[in-house]
Design a protein around this ligand. Structure first.
Ligand code: NAP
Length: 414
């Protein structure tokens, strides 16, 4: 019987738990999660109006519910338990901690109020504990930097009217903030041409169907080539919808500075053809990718944990964005989990380590208020029950509120 700890309960961690149990039905898997609630990026990254994608949480939940899997929510490695302690309790430990830190542009003005990274912004509109509203008010013009699907999510959430967000689980704080902004223009800016954009045809297509916002291509002559994205952009360029909000598509603009004395006033770009270009903005959101952060003594290089096909060192493995960087779709994690599970099954030997019972004992000794699978379902049920009209779920946005809903006993006994 192998005893394995997985740090992180997002898609990468849950798919790995599932694959390990398929390969090694007698193994015992402990899934640790920093927050009291599971599912990582599915809960806090996927856009609130993409409930179809968020429904994958049901599949991930099934993995956590299986015999042989223990969920340890509200347990932060480095705060509540050390990595070396987990290594001594388990035969193998896997980092499934994702890429949680925003990549930075490294240009002047990045610290100005009004400049926000997409992890911070999407976490906030998804109600992630400890997240802050964007430090910007009276936003008439927003600049979104990056041409990936995250940039499209951000543009869409800014562009939609309240009725279009019905049925989502957008936090009430975010709903109120968005409604208060007199937004007129959203600039979506790519540093390369339209043919090199990384967003998908399906996602960009949706920007042409919004109620109060319409797309506008700033330089239609630059739309050269054949692809689903280019076809959609050419269609956008040929339609002349007049809408209260305009989504301007700019290409071949490299960001060079955020400008403002105090709050953000504009974003400056360099263009090969036009020289310096300035776009006015009270809010700028950089959607340029994410980096993994160190876990105890295990450090990252170029935004990932250096690894050989998922192996960091003897008995220590990595999956998901922490392994390969922020790329691929949610199902990419399932395929990768199969490969890493096979590697673990081939390489790791059983021993007399105690696994979950030892972890429970350690956490209880330290009086950590950890959340098990049943307690997570108390939180889940409470969030669904308080959703109210027009919302699929009303998340708790503080750890304290989650723990209260979890109905934890004062201290668990191992
Ligand atoms: P992404 O697809 O890698 O896009 C990042 C964008 O940032 C690219 O346009 C990139 O330009 C740009 N960029 C990077 N560094 C830059 C810099 N220094 N200056 C200006 N621009 C810079 O990443 P993402 O949008 O964060 O998405 C991450 C993953 O999640 C992707 O696999 C994505 O498909 C997936 N996702 C999927 C969905 C969905 O299916 N609905 C939704 C959200 C996310 P270059 O191309 O020039 O490097």
């Amino acid at each position: 019987m192998l005893r394995i700890a997985i740090i992180g309960s997002g898609p990468a961690g849950c798919y790995l738990a599932d694959q390990l149990l398929r390969l090694l039905p007698n193994s015992s898997i402990d899934v640790l999660e920093r927050l009291p609630v599971p599912f990582g990026l599915v809960r806090y990254g996927v856009a609130p109006d993409h409930q179809g994608t968020k429904a994958i949480a049901r599949v991930l939940d099934r993995a956590l519910s299986r015999d042989g899997v223990g969920f340890f929510g509200n347990v932060e490695v480095g705060r509540d338990v050390r990595l070396d302690e987990l290594m001594s309790l388990h035969d193998a430990v896997v980092l499934a901690t994702g890429a949680t830190s925003d990549r930075r542009l490294g240009i002047p003005g990045e610290e100005l109020p009004g400049v926000v990274g997409s992890s911070a912004f999407t976490g906030w509109y998804n109600g992630r504990p400890e997240s802050q509203p964007p430090p910007a008010h009276g936003v008439r013009s927003a600049v979104i930097i990056g041409n990936g699907n995250v940039a499209i999510d951000v543009v869409r959430v800014l562009a939609k009217c309240p009725a279009e967000l019905a049925g989502s689980d957008l936090s009430s704080e975010a709903t109120a903030w968005l409604q208060a902004q007199p937004i007129e223009t959203i600039h979506m800016v790519g540093r390369r041409g339209a043919a090199d954009a990384r967003f998908t045809g399906h996602e960009i297509d949706k920007l042409g169907t919004l109620q109060r916002a319409g797309p506008f291509v700033v330089d239609p002559a630059g739309l050269v080539g054949e692809s689903a994205v280019l076809e959609t952009l050419r269609r956008f360029a040929s339609e002349n919808r007049t809408t209260p909000v305009t989504i301007n598509f700019h290409f071949n603009l490299t960001p060079t500075a955020f400008l403002g004395d105090g709050p953000l006033r504009a974003v400056q770009f360099r263009s090969a053809e036009e020289g310096v270009v300035e776009l006015p903005a009270e809010l700028a959101i950089t959607c340029i990718g994410y980096e993994a952060v160190a876990c105890c003594d295990v450090t990252t290089q170029n935004g990932v944990f250096p690894n050989q096909d998922g192996k960091i060192r003897d008995r220590l493995y990595v999956v998901g964005w922490a392994k390969r960087g922020p790329s691929g779709t949610i199902p990419t994690n399932r395929v990768e989990a199969q490969q890493v599970a096979q590697k673990i099954a081939q390489e790791v030997n059983t021993s007399n380590r105690v696994g979950g019972s030892g972890l429970r004992q350690l956490l209880d000794q330290r009086q950590v208020r950890w959340v098990d699978y049943a307690a997570w379902h108390h939180i889940d049920a409470a969030e669904l029950a308080r959703a109210g009209e027009g919302r699929s779920r009303q998340k708790f946005v503080t750890v304290a509120a989650m723990l209260e809903a979890a109905q934890l006993l004062p201290l668990r006994r191992a």
